[in-house]
Ligand binder design. Structure first.
Ligand code: 1HE
Length: 258
């Protein structure tokens, strides 16, 4: 892979830690940075089974790099948005699950990127906003599809109509994050979760990334059928059979309260 200018990728055993590394601009997403995210996902070494995504400096991400916005025509704006869609879809429906560790500003396109991850950990200093509403524009990185699935269209509309800023706790209650961490502790939590995810059977992670979001969009009949097909595939894997045997022969872990 080419040397990265705006990102950092560090391998740690079975997981990769991908850092948005443009803190002087609050990790604002320039075109070059979005292209690097794409290149990184494509060139991810085969041994990496889960990614942690976080931001360098005081904020996760300030969204679209506004200095690149002004010169676009309507057609160019639409094409630019489609470019983000392609890269973010590649993350959502890619090879490895992504744990986003959020802190500080998670705004605009930064929130769109966060919504693309599979698990979100928010430090208690996190805040969420969609300033597109106040900047006279609309979201373009998938927020109108992904964010309502987390928090509902009414909450998203409120954020954009009124400029409402959600705190970490409000984001957690609304469904943006599923873990809260103390300031400075999010990365350790994200790494712990990613390592746990990397230890799952590949068919389980595949089903969670590729089948579950599609099933959740289907009607009951087709959804239940797709669930049965995925269940049959996953349980027929040798690794699944071994894991069942391990439990029955007292080698597998019991479910414990954490
Ligand atoms: C930027 C950007 C940016 C900071 N594009 N340069 N996003 C926004 O509307 C959010 C705009 N940013 C902010 O509200 C604040 O910068 C933050 C709350 C994120 C951080 O505040 P702070 O006080 O820590 O930093 P700062 O002093 O405001 O910014 C530091 C530098 O980063 C400064 O540049 P400098 O050269 O004067 O040092 C800022 O100009 C620069 N900076 N944010 C460009 N976003 C596919 S559609 C998606 C649509 C959107 O995402 S719209 C939402 C855009």
């Amino acid at each position: 892979m080419k040397k990265l200018a705006h990102l950092k990728l560090v391998r740690r055993g079975q997981i990769g830690i991908l850092t948005l590394n443009r803190p002087a601009k609050r990790n604002a997403l320039s075109d070059a940075m979005v292209e690097e995210i794409d290149a990184c996902l494509r060139a991810l070494p085969a041994g990496i089974k889960a990614l942690v995504l976080h931001g360098a400096g005081q904020h996760f991400c300030a969204g679209l790099d506004l200095s690149e916005l002004s010169g676009r025509s309507a057609a160019e704006g639409a094409a630019h948005s489609r470019g983000w869609h392609r890269v973010f879809e590649h993350m959502q429906f890619g090879r490895v699950p992504v744990v986003a560790v959020l802190h500080g500003a998670v705004v605009g396109g930064g929130l769109e990127l966060a919504c693309t991850a599979h698990v979100r950990v928010a430090e208690k200093n996190t805040f969420y906003a969609l300033p597109e509403g106040q900047r006279g524009i609309f979201v373009g990185g998938g927020a109108s599809v992904r964010l309502p699935r987390l928090i509902g269209a009414a909450r998203m509309a409120d954020m954009m109509f009124t400029g409402r800023v959600y705190s970490a706790e409000e984001g957690q209650a609304a469904g943006i994050s599923t873990y809260l961490a103390a300031p400075g502790k999010g990365l350790a939590k994200g790494i712990e979760l990613a390592e746990r995810i990397a230890g799952n059977a590949p068919a389980t992670n595949f089903a969670l990334m590729h089948a579950l979001p599609r099933i959740a969009e289907l009607g009951q009949d087709a959804g239940l059928l797709m669930e049965s097909l995925m269940a049959g595939i996953a349980q027929s894997e040798p690794e699944a059979k071994q894991r069942m045997r391990d439990f029955l022969e007292k080698r597998g872990a019991k479910v414990k309260r954490r």
